[in-house]
Design a protein around this ligand. Structure first.
Ligand code: XIL
Length: 372
């Protein structure tokens, strides 16, 4: 039904060898690879989009292909961009990512099917529960079906749980008051997982959210996941987004993260870290809004700040290593500090020019030695 894009016409697939050699020199010959360091443990991903054929320069392409073996579309598969009107689908950018990944034996992940954000209002216009469910099913069957066999896992539902909470809401699912909840009711999650499974019998299916690894929101996540499992929802994986900050990652937060991974494992689920970044400043969390990637570039971070960030990354990866049996992927939310939704907080392992930061060295150092 959907002919594949003609990849021979895409310049990003044919980077001249000379450009790659030059970019290697720019990166430094001795640069290690995160994906190689963790090859036997879990996938290492990045989030990006091929918005134009020349989106990335040769040095960036070298970082993408040498450092990562998994890709998540940062925006192009969200309901708003990919399905802006009931009869309109924009496949070009989403297809480009899947084709790029497939051509390089990288895993592609789908993000996201059901979300309160980046979803156009047509889904809910004039809709009662049945019509909203029909539109949701058609959405999911079309996009999951299109990429069947070429996507390793889908974030089926994103961010359904409220922020904050208290001791009373912690005993409940504390679902966000989204249009999905209002129009369909609390079983919108179960239905979405069923539709995704109907479209692809083999793909991993994730519940994805931020700040679910600690506090009241973690308790609510357990209530929700137990309910979904009890209802027979075909969920395989919990996605902990991992939008963190150096100051927010207190010793207590690291302990809570480990406990959360344990708790999800005890439910029989896999865990993926789906949107990792560690801001140099600020509180972390996955809330949208606020200062984003636009605006004046931040001043170069102070060496002490970069060291503190490196220590935080090192500690996180030590936890991921320890729980390697349940963690199947760690994906960074962005390629480098210039291509980050929180560029102002320099949150990634590569700097604005794509050069490895102290965080990169700490991540490599946290990997078990070969044979260890
Ligand atoms: C962000 C993108 O990075 C931005 O480009 C976009 O403007 C807004 O969305 N949690 C998620 C991601 O699940 O989809 C969000 O991505 C970041 C927070």
């Amino acid at each position: 039904m959907h002919p594949p894009v003609d990849l021979s016409r895409r310049s990003f697939l044919t980077v001249p060898a000379a450009a790659l050699i030059a970019s290697r020199a720019r990166l430094g010959a001795a640069v290690a690879s995160i994906r190689e360091a963790y090859r036997d443990l879990f996938l290492i991903g990045t989030a990006l989009d091929f918005r134009r054929p020349d989106e990335f320069d040769a040095a960036e392409l070298e970082v993408i292909t040498s450092q990562f073996n998994a890709l998540t579309p940062e925006n192009s598969m969200k309901p708003g961009p990919v399905h802006p009107q009931e009869a309109t689908w924009n496949w070009t950018v989403a297809d480009a990512l899947v084709e790029f990944a497939t051509a390089r034996a990288m895993k592609a992940f789908g993000h996201t099917l059901v979300w309160h954000s980046q979803t156009n209002p047509w889904f809910f216009e004039g809709a009662d529960r049945d019509l909203a469910l029909r539109r949701l099913r058609n959405h999911i069957l079309t996009i999951v079906g299109r990429y069947k066999g070429r996507i390793a896992g889908w974030d089926v539902v994103n961010e359904a749980i409220n922020d904050g909470g208290d001791a009373a809401t912690a005993a409940t699912e504390n679902l966000r008051d989204s249009r999905w909840l209002q129009t369909i009711g609390p079983d919108f999650l179960l239905q979405a997982f069923r539709f995704a499974r109907e479209a692809d019998p083999a793909v991993a299916l994730h519940y994805n959210d931020y700040s679910i690894e600690s506090g009241f929101k973690h308790q609510s996540s357990l209530v929700l996941l137990k309910r979904l499992i009890g209802e027979g929802a075909p969920i395989t994986t919990v996605g902990i987004q991992g939008h963190w900050s150096v100051t927010g990652l207190t010793p207590e937060r690291f302990e809570q993260l480990e406990q959360a991974i344990e708790n999800y494992r005890a439910l029989g689920l896999k865990v993926a870290i789906t949107e990792l970044d560690v801001m140099l400043t600020g509180a972390g969390g996955g809330q949208l809004g606020g200062r984003g990637a636009r605006g004046a570039p931040p001043p170069p971070p102070a060496p002490e700040a970069l060291q503190a960030q490196a220590a935080a990354y090192g500690r996180l990866f030590a936890i991921f290593v320890k729980h390697r049996n349940v963690i199947d992927r760690v994906t960074f939310w962005g390629l480098h500090d210039r291509r980050s939704w929180r560029a102002f907080a320099s949150p990634l392992a590569f700097d604005r020019e794509g050069r490895p930061k102290p965080a990169f060295e700490a991540i490599i150092a946290a990997a078990p030695r070969a044979g260890a």
